[in-house]
Unconditional design. Structure first.
Length: 273
């Protein structure tokens, strides 16, 4: 995924897929996914172990899905920053699958978790934050899927002014003269998040962007860890990937700039270029 038009198209076309066609994924697509997951990196250098899991073989289920046969499982060591690292690497696989026409949906809660954790052979020091089905989207969504999308407002996102700010949290970001930066910020805005809560907040200065997590009560101690921090990892992947695809290298820093934030908003990371 090196070309900027392509990455934007893939991000814009992705949506959660919960109803699948019965058709098996083509062998060459499986091989490409296998290849990609063996090498999915993140800027925290924390290894994420991915496995492709057959639903029948392992008794894997999710009440929100229909027609799925294959799952993507993933686990990571419970060490500082595992959530951001996991979000980053898992979203890379999600977008890669999308580029092949393979549908996914991030799932942190609606699954028979015990069966998934067993299939992943989870160790005591490991966590399996999320999984996803992998398959070709069905022509028509199930009733459950349509209803879920409506309840979650899944086609809607917050406005740029609500999530991005200039220099400090005082003034809303209205776009810059830097076309690539504006594109990258927009690709964060439309990213997927748990229950579509969009917890990312960004403070942008000339050559830096700080990512913050706007915490909603009850999301930080789930079975998936701090699930909204996973969302920030997703946002970071969208941002870094768009910038790098547009030819600008970015580097990760985790030095809290000490900005005054609203209550419940915590600093996560910074990208510099
Ligand atoms: C970290 C994370 C966890 C999620 N967990 C679930 C889940 O357990 N069940 C589910 O049906 N959807 C889950 N979702 C999907 C979100 O509901 C979905 O991304 C959001 O509503 C936006 O819709 P879209 O992905 O179609 O753009 C999760 C998404 C993320 C990013």
């Amino acid at each position: 995924m090196t070309d900027i038009t392509n990455i934007e198209k893939i991000i814009k076309e992705r949506r959660s897929v919960r109803t699948f066609d019965k058709k098996k994924i083509a062998d060459e697509d499986i091989a490409r996914i296998q290849d990609f997951i063996s090498d999915a990196k993140n800027p925290y250098d924390i290894h994420v172990e991915f496995r492709l899991l057959d639903s029948k073989e392992h008794g894997l289920k999710s009440k929100v899905l229909k027609g799925e046969e294959l799952f993507l499982g993933a686990k990571i060591k419970r060490i500082p920053h595992f959530e951001e690292a996991f979000g980053y690497s898992f979203e890379a696989v999600v977008l890669f699958a999308q580029s092949l026409g393979v549908g996914t949906v991030w799932i942190a809660s609606t699954m028979n978790r015990d069966a998934f954790e067993k299939a992943m052979e989870l160790g005591d020091d490991e966590i399996m934050p999320c999984i996803s089905p992998l398959g070709y989207p069905a022509g028509k969504m199930s009733v459950v899927e349509s209803l879920m999308r409506k309840t979650l407002g899944a086609d809607k996102r917050m406005s740029l002014e609500e999530i991005a700010f200039e220099e400090d949290f005082g003034s809303p970001f209205k776009g810059s003269k830097d076309e690539l930066l504006d594109k990258a910020v927009e690709m964060v805005r439309i990213a997927p998040s748990a229950r579509n809560r969009q917890p990312w907040r960004m403070v942008i200065s000339e050559n830096k962007i700080h990512f913050f997590e706007k915490k909603d009560p009850g999301y930080d101690r789930t079975e998936a860890g701090d699930v909204q921090k996973i969302d920030i990892g997703i946002a970071m992947y969208h941002f870094a990937n768009v910038m790098e695809s547009g030819g600008r290298s970015v580097s990760l820093k985790i030095d809290d700039p000490g900005l005054k934030t609203a209550e419940g908003t915590v600093y996560v990371s910074t990208y510099e270029w």
